[in-house]
Ligand binder design. Structure first.
Ligand code: HEC
Length: 257
């Protein structure tokens, strides 16, 4: 008998051939000359170089597009609509649907995200087949596609339904002006109750806009103070002409450059 390479020479057929026993040894890559390299320094250097490219890229992006800042957070402003960062928008959008919000908040905030992320966590234990082709793993592929489409859809929905104009208005950084509270105009502002809606620094709130930098002229403000405007009821100002003049000139002068 020729004892050549590739021939299994087994004396007893009841004894398993050595090749059918799989030793727990790492694969020997010496059969792939040129396709391996030393970890140090070759491989690590390449990794670092790629890392540096991304780092510089991200640094350039942060310089080119600074984080959009809004005004200082105001916990008393209940009208403000907060928005999470883009990668959480899909979770945020989920909470807007009727069976994931209100009395069902637990479903939207715990059950659905818990099941999906828990499933992802358990995937290596549940899906143990040797098959690697996506087409032969309908369950895994199906769930993945479902998750990706839901995330894309929900993110898109939340962007499409958000009132960006109103949000920009709410978050606008208004020029900081020091309000001269000893100004007679300010005293009138306080006495006439304008302060209740427009705030003690005329910053606005509870639906009333800021009165700093409105661009309105004194006579226009007088008109609004006496006759109201939109959601501002008429007849709020009940003082005399002198007070009206002090009040309107004070407001007209705010935030003027
Ligand atoms: C009941 C709450 C309330 C009070 C009190 C009030 N305002 Fe207003 N004011 C508003 C609201 C709401 C608006 C926004 C009106 C709109 O455009 O719908 C407004 C708008 C204004 C504007 C127009 C601002 C702009 O940029 O267009 C001026 C000026 C103004 N108020 C002045 C006054 C003065 C002066 C007083 C006191 C005499 C006063 N307000 C009292 C609620 C109030």
């Amino acid at each position: 008998m020729h004892r050549g390479k590739g021939l299994k020479f087994v004396g007893d057929s009841r004894v398993l051939a050595p090749s059918s026993r799989k030793p727990m040894l790492p694969k020997d890559y010496s059969e792939y000359p040129g396709k391996t390299e030393a970890f140090w320094p070759n491989f690590l250097l390449k990794e670092w170089m790629i890392g540096a490219v991304f780092l510089v890229g991200i640094l350039c992006l942060t310089v080119a597009h600074p984080a959009p800042l809004e005004r200082i957070a105001d916990p008393t402003d209940t009208g403000y609509i907060p928005l999470p960062d883009w990668y959480f928008l899909f979770l945020y959008q989920l909470l807007k649907y009727s069976y994931a919000s209100g009395p069902y908040t637990v479903i939207g905030s715990m059950v659905i995200p818990g099941l999906t992320f828990g499933g992802l966590l358990l995937a290596p234990f549940l899906d143990r087949g040797p098959e690697r082709r996506a087409i032969r793993r309908p369950l895994a592929t199906g769930f993945m596609l479902l998750a990706i489409t839901s995330i894309i859809f929900l993110t898109w929905q939340s962007v499409a339904t958000h009132d960006w104009k109103k949000a920009a208005e709410q978050g606008k950084i208004v020029a900081q002006v020091t309000i001269d509270k000893n100004n007679p105009g300010y005293q009138v502002f306080k006495q006439q109750g304008c302060i209740n809606c427009h705030g003690e620094n005329l910053q606005g709130g509870a639906g009333a806009p800021t009165l700093v930098g409105t661009g309105l002229k004194a006579d226009q403000i007088a008109q609004i103070a006496q006759h109201g405007k939109g959601n501002m009821p008429p007849g709020i100002f009940k003082g005399n002409a002198e007070q009206l003049k002090q009040l309107t000139e004070f407001i007209a002068g705010l935030g003027k450059k």
